[in-house]
Design a protein around this ligand. Structure first.
Ligand code: ADP
Ligand code: MG
Length: 572
């Protein structure tokens, strides 16, 4: 680089000075192949790294336009490039050089899921990458020459490797984009075919461990049983790029998954939960898709609930406590699960995914003997078994339920899938015969209809983003927690939230909701639908007043669930 380069001169000028002098580097600079923008400079070497971005004219980057000619391709290409950028960092950057984060490059990119993000954006004009840089220092003393190494020697190599079409593995790139678009297409066919989920034959569903979401490998002494559809449920769907594919289609209605312990029931359900997202090539679930409005429901005792009408499930609580609507700072297993369902329906859930492992027993079953001992007028709960059919008849919301422990659901199920050694078969007929031979004798409870669903209208005073001297302070603390002002929001029960960048976006989305929706008297659903429409149109950048590169798109459900879990929430 020419020694007269402005940034180079600044870096030489501030070399050895106190860290604050780095602020002088803010600005936009021309490099040979790209322009570099230093958007935000960190306050000290331990603080969140500085935000930098580079732009390359698309004509120079050289990506064939058909790789980004629609929304999903853009998302897939951006995903691939952010991963390539991260790989190039690992390969090229020297790493830590000084105190704290000094010397480190970071970029936000995905793991098994392919999400819409704002770390890598592609348009007809530019390819833009946004990344973090720990501007180097020794103690608080600026290491200007190390910064020169990073920005003038390492960065151009990283950019060269990751963001120019000619330097990328183009076959892999094409496959990535096609596989993602194919998943999107499979998901779209579900509704047309009357299905709520599809798992292709040959899919690998089990994961490496409870904390490692990559596919289970055979070489660790494990045997992996590839998924194979039972003949009765086998369907054929089409992929625009990679052709037709066969697998198990789960129709709308009530589906029961039964089988012995450790035979793979929860593994299937978890794959269905994640089937609302697209997956990377090699994940094993890239041909397992679920309708976008599928919601995992579980018990979550201890959560707060604000004016949710749970009367379809729960009535006549002790001391006449109201359930239409029901509020509590400390829900029980059953009341929390009931609230979770009603809140999911409120924002449009069309498929509930429920696992006995994470359910409240008295919410899902109540057998004939217990009915005889504890009469209905002394039991507030109408179990889900009496509501699951009505939910589909009255509202068109399907359920897939994992239930190895009770046969009381046999009558209610449209189909029953048995898992034996990880292999599914259809046992609906056998189960219906068993119903004849062993009648359950239990009485249906809770009336003929599911019950009314009522829209709630959150009050503006629920949302206070201020903390201390700051008017707005919103942070994600890992995937499962948001600090919104001084309100701590516990998201640990949201099993379909997969990425901390989604959590960050939810925090910002709640702020958007606060500013643009909460005082307009909209219902929660109307407000969030408006927010989602805006996001679809304008992208994640609309959520923040300054440029960020660490947001990923959440679903309307997870945003709604976060709002519902704010202990400050008050509704009209
Ligand atoms: P269940 O819910 O029926 O008790 P899980 O779904 O928890 O069973 O699965 C039990 C174990 O089997 C888990 O460790 C899981 O990773 C593993 N597993 C699940 N499906 C498969 C499969 N298709 N091949 C190999 N192992 C599997
Ligand atoms: Mg299980």
């Amino acid at each position: 680089m020419h020694p007269s380069h402005r940034l180079l001169q600044t870096l030489h000028g501030i070399n050895g000075k106190g860290y604050k002098a780095y602020k002088e580097t803010k600005g936009v600079y021309d490099f040979a192949d790209f322009s570099l923008s230093i958007d935000y400079v960190q306050g000290d070497p331990f603080a969140v790294p500085s935000h930098l971005s580079i732009q390359i004219p698309s004509s120079q980057a050289g990506f064939p336009p058909e790789l980004y000619s629609n929304k999903i391709r853009k998302v897939a290409l951006g995903d691939f490039l952010s991963r390539a950028f991260q790989k190039a960092i690992r390969k090229t950057a020297k790493g830590q050089r000084g105190t704290g984060h000094s010397g480190l490059f970071t970029i936000d990119c995905g793991q098994q899921e392919v999400l819409e993000r704002n770390s890598l954006l592609i348009s007809a004009d530019f390819v833009e990458a946004r990344f973090g840089v720990g501007l180097p220092a020794s103690g608080r003393r600026i290491l200007g020459l190390e910064a020169e190494q990073m920005l003038f020697h390492e960065l151009p190599v990283i950019v060269d490797q990751a963001l120019f079409y000619k330097n990328l593995p183009t076959e892999q790139l094409l496959e990535h984009v096609q596989v993602v678009e194919d998943q999107e297409a499979l998901r779209k066919q579900l509704a047309e075919q009357g299905l709520v989920a599809f798992i292709a034959n040959g899919s690998t569903l089990p994961r490496r461990s409870g904390v490692d979401d990559r596919p289970l490998r055979e070489d660790a002494g494990e045997i992996v049983v590839p998924f194979q559809s039972p003949p009765q449920l086998e369907v054929r769907l089409n992929r625009p790029h990679q052709g037709p594919v066969r697998g198990m289609g789960i129709p709308r209605g009530v589906t029961l998954i039964v089988g012995g312990g450790f035979h793979g029931k929860s593994t299937i359900l978890r794959a269905l939960e994640r089937g609302v997202y697209n997956h990377v090539v090699g994940d094993g679930r890239e041909l397992a898709v679920t309708i976008p409005s599928a919601v995992k429901i579980r018990a979550e005792d201890g959560r707060s609930v604000e004016k949710v009408d749970i009367s379809p499930f729960i009535n006549n609580l002790p001391h006449g406590k109201n359930t239409a609507p029901f509020s509590t700072a400390n829900a029980s297993g059953s009341t929390s699960q009931a609230a979770n369902i009603i809140e999911a329906l409120e924002v449009g859930a069309k498929l509930l995914l429920i696992d006995e492992d994470t359910s409240a027993t008295n919410f899902v079953i109540r057998d004939a003997r217990m009915q005889a001992l504890v009469e209905k007028k002394r039991e507030p709960i109408t179990p889900f078994v009496d509501k699951v059919g009505q939910l589909f008849e009255d509202y068109g919301t399907s359920t897939i339920l994992v239930m190895g422990g009770s046969g009381d659901y046999f009558e209610r199920a449209d189909r029953i899938i048995l898992l034996d050694q990880f292999r599914p078969s259809v046992v609906t007929e056998e189960a219906k015969q068993i119903v004849e031979v062993f009648p359950t004798r239990r009485k249906a409870e809770g009336g003929e209809k599911f019950g009314e669903l009522i829209d709630r209208h959150p009050l503006a005073k629920s949302f206070d983003p201020s903390r201390g001297k700051r008017d707005v302070k919103i942070e994600a603390k890992g995937v499962q927690k948001i600090l919104f002002g001084t309100t701590e929001v516990d998201l640990s029960a949201l099993e379909q939230l997969v990425d901390v960048s989604q959590t960050r976006a939810i925090g910002e989305a709640i702020f958007y909701y606060t500013e643009h929706c909460a005082s307009k008297g909209l219902s929660l659903k109307e407000g969030l639908q408006h927010l989602m429409d805006q996001l679809e149109e304008n992208g994640l950048d609309m959520l923040t007043p300054f440029k960020t590169g660490n947001l990923a798109l959440p679903r309307i459900f997870e945003i709604a669930f976060a709002i519902n879990r704010m202990r400050s929430l008050r509704v009209r």
